[in-house]
Design a binder for this molecule. Structure first.
Ligand SMILES: C[S@@+](CC[C@H](N)C(=O)[O-])C[C@H]1O[C@@H](n2cnc3c(N)ncnc32)[C@H](O)[C@@H]1O
Length: 252
């Protein structure tokens, strides 16, 4: 049986607050990603976009509000988060459950034409570098020439002194916004574990292959750019940054 809209609404809202802890200026970052997609797809009737590691569809929802003519495919391995998205914003995206990077994952998306954009927030720090290079390669193969990969994540500069400074700048912003008072990731999942309606989805979740490394692959922005170029992207670079919160773009 599906979830109720009230329950989904409550938990998606709680998700948004929780994620705010981890992404400095999260809302602005979503807006910048939508700016890039809009610019790239200007004049197109029905641009095709995938949201990688969509969770409950936070980015997909913003994109579909901003670009209602776009078709968004939200991809994640987490059955609970996907079901929250399907219930809360069923029209924002087509939700697909698959482990990104696993053999056959691109086919599982059932794309009927070349992609215009692949977007992601706070998710591409999970895969290990070799796996990520392959993911970038597979995306490059299905993106149209001129299509973009847009990654909003916490990415640091390579230089340790600058990395520390960048982290400090983001930290100050977080303190000013008082996001530390929000529930954290572990508390959100512990509380979700107490909701009887989530029990079946959480049982499926426990059997799923876990995304590689929640703590992060530790790749700097420059290392992501290197992997993207090796995968066939022609132009790469950041278009926005606040502290370690960054939007990196790669053009096919
Ligand atoms: C921190 S959450 C961010 C979710 C959403 N993009 C947002 O900004 O709120 C990271 C998401 O990426 C998903 N994820 C990480 N690695 C993945 C993989 N290899 N395949 C599918 N989903 C993955 C996780 O299941 C989780 O939902």
């Amino acid at each position: 049986m599906g979830l109720s809209m009230t329950l989904a609404e409550t938990w998606v809202e709680r998700w948004e607050h929780q994620q705010q802890r981890y992404a400095v200026s999260r809302e602005e970052r979503f807006t910048v990603i939508a700016d890039v997609v809009q610019w790239t797809t200007e004049g197109q009737q029905s641009p095709l976009v995938v949201d990688l590691g969509s969770g409950p569809g936070s980015l997909s929802t913003r994109l579909s509000t901003r670009l209602p003519h776009a078709q968004v495919v939200a991809v994640d391995i987490d059955p609970l988060l996907l079901e929250l998205g399907r219930t809360h914003t069923p029209d924002a995206a087509r939700y697909v459950e698959v482990l990104i990077g696993q053999e056959g994952w691109i086919e599982a998306l059932e794309l009927d034409r070349p992609l215009d954009a692949a977007v992601s927030t706070t998710a591409l720090h999970y895969p290990e570098p070799d796996n990520l290079r392959e993911i970038y390669r597979e995306l490059a193969a299905v993106l149209r020439p001129g299509g973009v990969l847009v990654n909003g994540d916490h990415l640091l500069p390579e230089d340790p002194a600058l990395a520390a400074l960048t982290t400090a700048v983001g930290r100050h912003r977080s303190l000013r916004q008082e996001v530390d008072e929000a529930e954290d990731w572990a508390a959100w999942w512990a509380a979700a574990g107490q909701v009887p309606e989530f029990a079946d989805l959480l049982a499926v979740r426990a059997r799923q292959p876990a995304p590689a490394n929640g703590d992060g692959n530790g790749l700097s922005a420059a290392q992501h750019e290197q992997l993207l170029r090796e995968a066939g992207f022609r132009h790469t670079g950041p278009v926005w940054q606040y502290g370690n919160s960054c939007v990196l773009v790669a053009v096919r």
